[in-house]
Design a protein around this ligand. Sequence first.
Ligand SMILES: Cc1cc2nc3c(=O)[nH]c(=O)nc-3n(C[C@H](O)[C@H](O)[C@H](O)COP(=O)(O)O)c2cc1C
Length: 369
Amino acid sequence: MQALAKRRVPKMFYDYADTGSWTQSTYRENEAALQRQKLRQRVARNIDNRSVKSTMIGREVAMPVALAPVGLTGMQHADGEILAAQAAEEFGIPFTLSTMSVCSIEDVAEHTKTPFWFQLYVMRDRGFSENLMQRATAADCSALVLTLDLQVLGQRHQDLKNGLSTPPKPQPSVLVDLAFKPFWCWNMLQTKRREFGNIHGHVAGVDDMSSLAEWTNSQFDPTLDWSSVEWVKKHWDRKLILKGINDVEDAKIAAGLGVDAIVVSNHGGRQLDGALASYDVLGDIVDAVGDKIEVHFDGGIRSGQDVFRAVAMGAHSTYIGRAYIYGLGAMGKAGVTKVLEMIHKELDVTMGLCGETDITNTGRHNLVL
Ligand SMILES: Cc1cc2nc3c(=O)[nH]c(=O)nc-3n(C[C@H](O)[C@H](O)[C@H](O)COP(=O)(O)O)c2cc1C
């Protein structure tokens, strides 16, 4: 899927996904840490009738996996957020829409039946953030995912080199690249959704919103602190998930705030270069707060085996980012569905080969520690 996405998606957007900040050490470590974790092979344990069904903040899920919020998904494939949300809905797992999406909250709501989750970045203009929460409420979003690890942007060298913008600016290098991406261009010509759908037309006084980096640096609120979570709770009375916790002390604070879940995450290695792989922090965070709050996990998951590793380590459930983005770039909605099917099958068979029949009964006894 990744190889096909690389062929089909314009370089600027493919690179945007397949990149980490600065030296990309944390991006690489996220995957490597999962790979290092060995599993315990158990045999002769009757592994008929297996189930990987689970729950996430009270919602039944076909497997403990949700689609992570990914900005500019609608640039990996035309109408990408709508297609990914539909694939997730049909598969029976949650979809999380990014604040920085191309398709708007209303667009996605109009094209799906199951309530999806909305990811919020807190902006300097708190009125705008309030407005986003009202729109998410009106669109029947059942959970808010508040991201805490991106109030200033980690530099991603490749985005600077490529001049990342949405829609892409018609420079010669971009036009040459697009000439070799007919699948993407053809689909993109059929849609009108090519800007930041949640922002365009909703923020006064911002002229050029095409540059994600400039927009983030000027609009995201660096004063965000733990009291901001209280502020969010005043405006959001449904389920609340805090995303971007990569430290035990932070996890303890977050668990004391009366939210529904935390996501152990370092933003897929796109923010603090040099941060620990999220899998390397997961166990300690589960030990510290796992009995008080649902601990979710993301970062580096590329297979059902990785989902199994995270759940066995104690994560209640997981999110995938790039894994589904590659499927989307490669084959649109069918590609996302294919990725989910592969992960589901790998998870099911891996669980069986570890001698388990129910994903909710797996644990550290399945790991070589
Ligand atoms: C291209 C891209 C864009 C992302 N945009 C957002 C975003 O808008 N909001 C957010 O909370 N996280 C965002 N993330 C982080 C993901 O939600 C998730 O934490 C990360 O992708 C997990 O790592 P993985 O890609 O290795 O699965 C983004 C990740 C990628 C790869």
